[in-house]
Structure formats: structure tokens, C-alpha cells
Design a protein around this ligand. Structure first.
Ligand code: ACM
Length: 764
């Protein structure tokens, strides 16, 4: 057979029309490679090689031995072979070797050759050989689990597009165990991601010990969560949320990452996001007054002062960081440091004059430059969020562009190295679908496709400036991620898209091909105990009452085939395919599921519709008036376990039922919950729109549209009922039919707020 380069399939309107095996015109029984990220070059050849219980792993030399042993552990037990590597050169079986005869494009490059005689994995360096082992693991798990795997003969030549292929995890807002972090590092390595940016300090927690400063962990690592989450129900006493990593644990994580060729970049955020440290040592703050470790999210005004004593503290911290983390970079934060406290502090103003720096931005730049000198003397380079560009920046500093790409563009033009991590494309705390099954987070979506389509090198950079783009990074902020399952939901599957952006040549990027390879990742992640998000693989159902029946519209974000039933049974590969809105008589039960290659992908979604259910909507099924900052927030209790979740615009809390069927409606019932208003909005505070209350505790107010006529008002009680909810009954008279129904709670009830859970229309 003539060798051919495997090219992606042409884009298709509906992915489900393909069978995956169409992509590889191989012999029956040969697995179709499902590789993520897609290699730089893969050429199919004639023939195949079978891996089974008799296949041996051979390793030529000590480095190859190390990688072969890692391969044997990485490979799921569903693949049969002799796992103990045998030393030496060989013919046959699977052979790993460092090859110094060839000039390699980079230390991360590798080659795999498969023919009838066996599999050979070669590289110039250990990191490249490791990535060869990762690719071979994916080749061997591309098909269904079986006693033997027939691999296609092929030649892969691979090396990454970018050197910085990063993920940031915020362990300050919520804390993850060492085992959970190791599980993430494993999954990162298997996607060839190689930077773990570890956000270890913030207003809500300080997460590592520094010799000489014991209160950082005895005080700074604990906060009392807002509301019921901070009270022990049994004793009524405060229930702190605590956690820090010991030196031994950090060394363990660092070694674990290094074995997987992942550099850890620790972050100590200065001069803002500093409340936990100031709570431990008030003399580090501007006022010197005691503060508590924060249990509120947002932008806190507390800053470190820039006294000599505080600089020595920060140098102690950086010294500890330099000692614990052997990687080449330290992240010094620099983001969201509103300068209000420095502006009004006589001491800080005197410090600005004494140092002769240019105002408050100049003072921040001076702190960064001082720490840069210290870290540089310890062999480290400084990286910071794009705000650090506001002052004069040391030339060696690297900029992490998060407020869009502009900071990265400016930095690259100024000759700084850049890592692209723009919030609108690569912040994975933004939710990925609008499904009501999404966990808490930010409903401004970052879809899988958006991550996949992100181009790290802005067009406006010339070739020389573009060399400063070191790579890309996805960031996970954990304010709303109380459990590691939520962290995993945020990361997976989107980091697979990130991996391809970071690794594969631009010419090999192909979203349709990616979606055909992605389903093979799901069993790999399940085997690793990773709770990847099922929401992108399952349909959402929108429904509307029309002509006495239901109009049900299914949507599945990724374009996999949807199949459905209306008799209550679970859809199968033989069930009808969904094309367009279904009109069903009432009552109706609709079950739907996504399929790829004849196999179900996500969970079955079932909805039962009755005349009454179509007159009721949850908060997720409603719009808001302005979308200033919509969050998907959870209730404050119970302390552990499941909590109610509410979609709410924290700047302009209102809920809108578009084209509500109000004709013939006698009453609107509103079920509402109450959650803490736990946000620091800093300079955005004046944008809050809370309508004034008319009565002691405010009112439920219904309007015909956001600014339309008032349809009804009902006074609110002082407290919710014992279950944390209230149900309010608002009689309606002559409401306009078919207009928008807007629901608000008036009054400023901070530190709590009412939030809508469900609205139900009661016919006359
Ligand atoms: C950031 O998201 N504040 C860097």
C-alpha cells in the first residue's frame, strides 16, 4: 500500500453521520489511532503489529529503562502485555531507546515506528521518549478493550508547537488533596501538558509554610466560610475551612510532577490578594489593624505595605519558594491590586516620595523589581499577571495575559516573554454549557470549541515579536469549586482542547477531527477516576407550551448524533435520530442521548411534560435583565454534601421569563431561597442595581418586562422558613398576555440576598 499522510476528515454538518473507522482505511481489526493532541506528522504504512499477552517491552539504556517502566504503569491494565521491561536492544516487541545519532528538533521530540516486526520509540532526550510512551499508550487504547491490539504500521514524527503548555489551579479559594493534585498531574502528562501553575496564596487562604512565619499556616490557612457553611450545626460554633501543604508534601508533589516532565510554577500574589497573610501578621498590611482571612469572593482592597520589614518578609517567602520549587519561574501575581489603601495612607505616600517612584503604580513596580532581583539571585525568573505592565518592568519578567490578549501583545512588543491565558477563552471556571446540570461557576460560557479555536499568536505580532509567545495556559479559579469533582468537571474535557492548541502544529488543528478522537479519551479518564464534564455530551431540552402540546427542542453543543424515545425507554443506537423541534401531545415523556460510532456518550436526559409543568420554570430556564455579572451560586448550607444552586446576577438581581404565557393566569408563585451576599466589588460597587424597598424587609416585585409596569408586589418576610426557602403568592390581574415577566426582590438585604429558585404560573 502506498504510504499516505493521515489528514483530518472534511468538516461535516453532523458528526454522527460518520463512523470513526471511516477515517482509517485499514484492515479489519486494526485500531484507528485516536491521539490527543494530534501529532505533528503521522504516516500510515502497510501492515500491522499485534500486541498481546506475549509482547515484551525492551529498553536500551538507563533512561529508556525509566521511561519503559513508566509506560508499563501508565498503560491501563485492560491492555495485555509483559509489563516488566527487559534491558537491551531487540527485534520484536516494544522497544524504547535514546537515539543520539539523529539531530532532534527539540528535547520534547520523539519518533514512533510500527511495522510487522514491532514498535520502536526513539527520542534524543528523556522528555521526548516519555511523550513517545504517552502516544503509544493512546495508540494501544484507541479501540475497545480486547485481549490483543492490532496496531497499524505507521511512522509518527512529533514535537510541540509551544514549550509552555500550562494549567493553573487555585488551591487558595478551595484546597485540594495531594492525591487529587497527583491525579491531575497524571492526566496533564498524558495530554503532554508540562506547566502546573499553583496558585497558593490569596485573600481566602495561605497554603504553605515559611520558616520564621508560623502564623501563615496556623492563622492564614483557615477561614470561616460565609453563612451556614461556617457554622457547626451540632455545636453552633464557627466551623473553619482550613488547609495547607507541608514542606514534605510539596517536595512529594514537585518530584511527582518532575517524573512526568511537568514544571511547577508556584504563585505568591503581591501586593493584592494578600488578606490571608495580613490576617496572620497585621503589620504586613497598610493600616496595621487586625483583619480576618476573607470568606468573600471578588476584589478585596487589602494590600501589603511596602515597608522594609514587609519586603524582608516577602524575601523570606520567595526564599522558601525558591528552595521548595526547582523550576525556573516564580509567579508574583500583581493582579487586581486596587490602590485605595496606598492612596490614603500617609506612610505609603511617604514611602513613594522616599523611593522617588511614580505614584502607586510605581510603588508596585518597585516591589516587583526588588523581588525580581532577589529571585534572579536565586536562579529564578519572574512571571506575573498582565497588570505588572503598568509600571516599569524588569526586561526578564514574563507576562501572563489574562484580561484578553492585549497585555500579551503589548508585552511581546516590548520584548517580554508572554504566556497567553485570556479569561474569555481559557478561564475554565467559566461554565462550558448552559445546562441546568452544570455545577456552580460563571455562566458566561467558555465552550470546548472556544478553547479549541484559540490562537495563541496574535496576528498583529511580527515574526520576531511572536517568538516571545512561550505558549498557553488554562486557569481554574476555585471560588465555586468546593469539591475536586467540580475542579475535574471544569478541566475535562476542555484541557484536551488546550493540549491540542498548545502542542499540535496550526496546520493539524481540526475541530471535527478532534471531536472524533475525543470520545476515546472518556474511558481513559474514567479509568483514572476523573469526573470529566458530561454536560457537553448530553442534550439540553428547551420546551414551550404551544397549541395545547409541547414544542421540545434538543441541543447538544458538540454536534454528536442525538437519538430519542417518547415511550419512557432508554434511547439506543436504533432509536430515531433528532433533527428538529418535536411537537408532542400532552402528557409526554422525552428521553434523549448523544451517540458516537453507535455508542452512547453522555447520560440519558429525560423530561416529562404536563400542562402544569410547562407553566413552571427554574432559575436556569430564565433570562436576566442586564447580565452584568451572572453567577451560578450555591446555597451556604449544609456544610458538607449537596446544596441548592441559583443563577443570579449579583449586580442586578432579576429573572425574566421571556414571552410568559400569562393569559388566564390568576397567580404567580415564586419559590425563593436566601444566600449570603459574599462579594467584594471594589471599584465596581457603584454599578450595583438594587431597587429600594417600600416595606421593612423589601418586596417580591413582578413587572411586565424589566422596566415595564408593576404587575404585583408581595412583602418579603424577615427570614426564610426552616428549610431555607419561602413560597410567595402574587395574585395577577389583567396581565398582558405573551409579554416578558420580570421578577425581582427589592431592598438591600446584605449580608444576605434573596434568590429565585422556581416560578410557577397558576391558571384561573
Ligand atoms: C485574575 O484572574 N485575577 C488573574
Amino acid at each position: 500500500m502506498k504510504p499516505r499522510i493521515v489528514v483530518p476528515l472534511v468538516a461535516a454538518f453532523c458528526l454522527g453521520l460518520f463512523s470513526a473507522s471511516d477515517a482509517w482505511a485499514g484492515d479489519a481489526g486494526i485500531v484507528v489511532p485516536k491521539l490527543l493532541p494530534q501529532p505533528a506528522q503521522m504516516v500510515e504504512k502497510s501492515g500491522s503489529f499485534v500486541v498481546d499477552g506475549n509482547t515484551r517491552i525492551h529498553a536500551d539504556g538507563a533512561v529508556a529503562q525509566t521511561v519503559a517502566a513508566q509506560f508499563a504503569v501508565m498503560l491501563p491494565t485492560s491492555v495485555s502485555l509483559q509489563r516488566k521491561p527487559v534491558a537491551g536492544k531487540t527485534q520484536g516487541g516494544i522497544a524504547f531507546a535514546i537515539d543520539t545519532m539523529q539531530a532532534w528538533q527539540s528535547p520534547e521530540a520523539y519518533v514512533i515506528d510500527i511495522d510487522a516486526n514491532g514498535v520502536r520509540v526513539r527520542a534524543g532526550d528523556e522528555k521526548g521518549l516519555y511523550y513517545g510512551a504517552v502516544t503509544l499508550t493512546q495508540l494501544l487504547t484507541s479501540g475497545d478493550a480486547a485481549a490483543s491490539v492490532r496496531l497499524p504500521a505507521l511512522h509518527i514524527e512529533d514535537a510541540p508547537r509551544f514549550g509552555w503548555r500550562g494549567v493553573m489551579l487555585d488551591s487558595a479559594r478551595h484546597f485540594q488533596s495531594v492525591d487529587d493534585i497527583k491525579r491531575l498531574l497524571d492526566a496533564m502528562a498524558q495530554l503532554k501538558l508540562d506547566v502546573f501553575h499553583w496558585h497558593l496564596t490569596d485573600d481566602q487562604g495561605w497554603r504553605f509554610p515559611v520558616p520564621g512565619w508560623p502564623k501563615l499556616t496556623t492563622v492564614g490557612s483557615c477561614r470561616i466560610p460565609s453563612g451556614d457553611g461556617g457554622i457547626d450545626a451540632a455545636t453552633g460554633k464557627p466551623a473553619p475551612y482550613c488547609g495547607f501543604y507541608s514542606e514534605a508534601q510539596i517536595r512529594d508533589v514537585v518530584a511527582y510532577a518532575a517524573a512526568r516532565h511537568i514544571m511547577i510554577v508556584p504563585e505568591v500574589d503581591i501586593p493584592g490578594h494578600a488578606t490571608a497573610a495580613i490576617a496572620a501578621y497585621p503589620q504586613l498590611g497598610v493600616s496595621g489593624q487586625p483583619v480576618a482571612v476573607s470568606s468573600e469572593w471578588g476584589v478585596n482592597v487589602n494590600l501589603f505595605n511596602a515597608d522594609e520589614a514587609t519586603m524582608r518578609f516577602l524575601e523570606d517567602v520567595m526564599g522558601q519558594v525558591a528552595k521548595l520549587f526547582p523550576g525556573g519561574y516564580v509567579h508574583i501575581g500583581g493582579d487586581e491590586a486596587v490602590k485605595d489603601q496606598w492612596k490614603v495612607s500617609a506612610k505609603m505616600q511617604a514611602r513613594i516620595r522616599e523611593l522617588g517612584v511614580n505614584g502607586e503604580e510605581g510603588l508596585q513596580a518597585w516591589m516587583i523589581a526588588r523581588l525580581e532581583r532577589y529571585l534572579s539571585a536565586h536562579g529564578k525568573r519572574v512571571i506575573g499577571w498582565d497588570e505588572i505592565l503598568a509600571g516599569k518592568l524588569p526586561p526578564s519578567a514574563t507576562v501572563m495575559s489574562w484580561r484578553g490578549a492585549e497585555g500579551g501583545i503589548d508585552a511581546a512588543k516590548q520584548g517580554h516573554d508572554v504566556v497567553m491565558a485570556p479569561a474569555g477563552d481559557l478561564y475554565l471556571d467559566y461554565l462550558q454549557t448552559d445546562s441546568a446540570d452544570e455545577p456552580p461557576g460563571r455562566p458566561s460560557l467558555v465552550t470546548l470549541k472556544q478553547v479549541y479555536d484559540f490562537e495563541p499568536v496574535p496576528k498583529v505580532l511580527d515574526a520576531q515579536q511572536a517568538t516571545h509567545i512561550l505558549g498557553v495556559q488554562a486557569n481554574v479559579w476555585t471560588e465555586h469549586m468546593r469539591t475536586v469533582a467540580r475542579v475535574q468537571h471544569a478541566l475535562f474535557p476542555r484541557i484536551a482542547a488546550l493540549a491540542e492548541v498548545a502542542w499540535s502544529p496550526k496546520s493539524e488543528r481540526d475541530y471535527v477531527g478532534f471531536l472524533q478522537r475525543l470520545p476515546a479519551m472518556l474511558p481513559r479518564w474514567r479509568a483514572q477516576g476523573i469526573a470529566y464534564a458530561a454536560t457537553p455530551f448530553q442534550p439540553t431540552v428547551a420546551s414551550e407550551l404551544q397549541h395545547g402540546g409541547v414544542q421540545a427542542t434538543l441541543r447538544e453543543q458538540l454536534g454528536y448524533t442525538l437519538r430519542y424515545t417518547t415511550d419512557g425507554s432508554v434511547p439506543t443506537a436504533a432509536s430515531p435520530m433528532y433533527y428538529t423541534t418535536l411537537g408532542l401531545p400532552l402528557p409526554a415523556t422525552l428521553s434523549a442521548q448523544a451517540f458516537f460510532d453507535g455508542k452512547p456518550l453522555g447520560a440519558v436526559v429525560t423530561r416529562t411534560f404536563t400542562a402544569a409543568s410547562l407553566l413552571s420554570r427554574s432559575d436556569e430556564e430564565l433570562a436576566t435583565c442586564s447580565r452584568k455579572l451572572v453567577l451560578r451560586l450555591e446555597d451556604d448550607g449544609p456544610r458538607t454534601g449537596d446544596r441548592a444552586i441559583f443563577n443570579v446576577d449579583i449586580f442586578d438581581p432579576c429573572w425574566v421569563w421571556k414571552r410568559a404565557p400569562l393569559a388566564g393566569i390568576a397567580e404567580v408563585q415564586v419559590r425563593a431561597g436566601r444566600i449570603p451576599y459574599f462579594f467584594q466589588l471594589a471599584h465596581d460597587e457603584p454599578s450595583r442595581v438594587f431597587k429600594p424597598a417600600q416595606t421593612a424587609h423589601g418586596e417580591l416585585e413582578l413587572r411586565a418586562g424589566c422596566d415595564g409596569q408593576v404587575l404585583a408586589t408581595v412583602p418579603l418576610p424577615a427570614q426564610p422558613d426552616a428549610d431555607g426557602f419561602i413560597t410567595l403568592h402574587a395574585p395577577l390581574q389583567n396581565a398582558p398576555a405573551g409579554g416578558d415577566l420580570c421578577i425581582r426582590f427589592t431592598g438591600d438585604t446584605r449580608p444576605t440576598m434573596w434568590v429565585l429558585d422556581r416560578v410557577t404560573l397558576m391558571p384561573r
